[in-house]
Design a protein around this ligand. Structure first.
Ligand SMILES: [Zn+2]
Length: 321
């Protein structure tokens, strides 16, 4: 029954009465991390303490079961373990084991964690459900540490010529990880207002950040960080230069949409090769893909002889028959 996986407005394991990142409110659901597309007001949510701390009041589940990394929990006759996913503070993969069969759900995952030289551990599992945000082969990112070095140089050059460097980053997770990665270079930061509650939450969840102020029209020699969409506040800066920091940097069409002066391909998701690595390390004999280029990545896996399908499409097909 552990192999029974369906798409029901989120990943559903009917045999275990468990939903994984469902899009609607459920009685018992795993929330892999605090990004808005995953958090709902479930009756009871399974999550890490950091994820709970990062979910804002309006989207917080009504009840919860907090679980730290690598602490096995019994649920009915199955064992559930959460493992770090390397995507953002608190992000977790879920490993479910029952009756000799194991299933791994990655949630949003990143293998190469910048500044650590360590890679996220992917456990062995018979069934793998993997996110495929960047599941096309043209998404191949450079070494994260080298990219951070390049971003730091770009910021320094701008500051030296009295131009405000503006990094366009997702407000929750990416902004804070960017600040931490740039901390060794001694920068100070000015955050656009939408990044402010996220930075406060990060510090509140136990990860202190380098010195920052809220952006108020003057960057004062600081590195500015703002979300990619809606740059009104940034336009008031006068002399500034923008850089999109995202895996979408590898997609010329998409990068142009953001209208940034330059791009850096630093992502908190796996690129195509890392996704292949995740599949290989899991050793799974059945792979389901969710999010992003699900069909493309499933096809790439099938070409390599791996049984794979896009989960949502599988379900649509079943409904159509
Ligand atoms: Zn995410």
């Amino acid at each position: 029954m552990t192999r029974h996986v369906v798409w029901d407005r989120g990943v559903s394991l009917p045999g275990h009465r468990l939903w994984l990142d469902p899009l609607v409110v459920r009685s018992f659901a795993f929330i892999s991390h605090a990004h808005t597309d995953h958090a709902r007001r479930h009756r009871e949510a399974l999550l890490t303490p950091q994820t709970l701390a990062l979910i804002d009041e309006s989207r917080r589940p009504r009840g919860w079961r907090m679980l730290g990394y690598d602490e096995p929990m019994r649920r009915d006759r199955a064992t559930v373990t959460l493992l770090s996913a390397g995507h953002m503070l608190g992000s977790a993969q879920l490993l479910l084991e029952h009756d000799g069969t194991s299933l791994l759900y990655t949630g949003d995952i990143k293998l190469r964690v910048p500044g650590t030289r360590k890679q996220t551990h992917v456990p062995k599992a018979h069934v793998l459900i993997v996110e495929t945000t960047y599941g096309r082969p043209h998404f191949r990112f450079g070494d994260p540490d080298a990219t951070i070095e390049a971003i730091a140089m770009w910021c320094r050059r701008a500051l030296d010529s009295r131009v405000a460097p503006v990094l366009l980053c997702h407000a929750l997770g990416k902004t804070e990880e960017m600040m931490l990665a740039l901390a060794p270079y001694g920068f100070e930061f000015a955050l656009e207002k939408r990044c402010v509650p996220c930075a406060q939450a990060y510090a509140g969840a136990g990860r202190p950040l380098p010195e920052w102020i809220e952006l108020d029209g003057d960057a004062r020699g600081r590195v500015v960080i703002a979300p990619p969409a809606g740059k009104d506040e940034v336009r008031r800066l006068g002399r500034y230069r923008t850089a999109l920091v995202s895996g979408w940097a590898k997609d010329a069409e998409f990068a142009r949409l953001f209208g940034a002066d330059t791009t850096f391909d630093l992502s908190d998701h796996c690129d195509f090769d890392e996704l292949m690595d995740v599949v290989e390390r899991s050793g799974a004999d059945q792979v389901y893909t969710v999010h992003g280029y699900t069909e493309d990545f499933a096809r790439s896996l099938r070409k390599r002889g791996i049984r794979a399908s896009a989960l949502e499409a599988t379900e649509q097909l079943q409904l159509a028959l």
